[in-house]
Design a protein around this ligand. Sequence first.
Ligand code: ADP
Length: 448
Amino acid sequence: MFRKILVANRGEIALRVICACKELGIATVAVYSEPDRNSLHVRFADEAVCIGPARSSESYLNIPQVISAAEITNVDAIHPGYGFLSENANFAQVCEASEITFIGPRPDTLELMGEKDRARREMKAAGLPTVPGSDATIEGEEQLAKEAARIGYPLILKASAGGGGRGMRVVRSQEELLVAYQTARSEAQQAFGTPDVYAERFLEHPRHIEFQVLGDRHGRVIHLGERECSIQRRHQKLVEESPSPIIDARRRRELGARVVRALEKIGYTNAGTVEFLMDADGSFYFIEMNTRIQVEHPVTEMVTGVDLVKAQIRIAAGEKLEDAAGPLDFSGHSIECRINAEDPDTFAPSAGRITTFQLPGGTGVRVDSAAYADAVIPPYYDSLVAKLIVHGRDRHEAIGRMRRALEMFVIEGIKTSIPLHRRIFADPDFAAGHLDTHFIERLVGNGK
Ligand code: ADP
């Protein structure tokens, strides 16, 4: 097992990884940017190294800085969390070359899944259904016209290197096609450094359903059930739950087995998430794979009893799945709300000093957060302030628990998405499990 791990991240996920290390008896090193000096991940790590100024490109994304912090503190592994360097194949390679274990999949897997059009191809070849679309990136107007005619409208143009809900454009008719293509390419270039885009059929009212997987270094892959993440704003998840209210045991078994087979074929290792859209007619389509721990991993932990971050570390240390994850003990229902520092009506970010931070607690309530009263939410990073997670014997109990926990969660000094979450949990469609990715648009549109 590792002696010491550097956590190349900030906020709640850095703290989450530090918790896992403490439980495993592994020493920790935090890295931080100048404005993060007083953060909890810095306070609770055994050592901390400042790696640069506020800008992510000069600190949390600065590979030489992170690697030298790891070398100075003599760690034997790096956990990248999510975002930042977590899916960066080059970073994973540099870690390997520096004889530091990267806690995640192999660099070639990161590379494969980082190119979303290539991931689609490979997963299709490995037996997963994909949304009808172009098999590769679209090069030029001629190919664009051909693909659009084949796919039909509406279609969606997606950045090959995309992520975080960015770099997507819905095209409803041929008249919009060329301008949308040009805009999508320049947006992709701006955001991800490459203009490559591909096209898929746009599903009108899909549900987002994803499978959590773990693969060990001995060729075995398991799935830990699904999460439903259909409650989204701007293609970004806001509420996640496990199990999905629409998936029955047979469907879970069938899809889960296909996911496992596909990932065993490519020799997948460590934690990952295979994302699907489910069409109104019940068909499932692979859209992408995330090769890291996800923001919404706690709901899976709550219903399986597996500590996913500890499992990641133990797998990276070479343990077999049966030891790294232990037995799966599916029970009950779990839901997570992402509490963001943002205006609940306009979704505009709301940075600033937190004056009151009153946490809910009690049976079946978990909060993953690095915030506290008097902490400053800087404007430079992700707006996530806290994840409020509940567990109940069934979905009904979990919803009741979330309602009261949201009522008792008080954050003052900044705006948060808590009022929007209260509306979601008061909504009869949500309670009935009638979900799709346009739920929030309907709620906000109708509610005002
Ligand atoms: P990202 O990598 O940016 O998260 P994804 O490919 O995972 O992008 O898609 C994010 C969300 O965008 C999905 O959960 C869904 O709401 C929407 N979306 C993506 N592809 C489609 C599609 N073909 N049809 C309808 N909605 C889509």
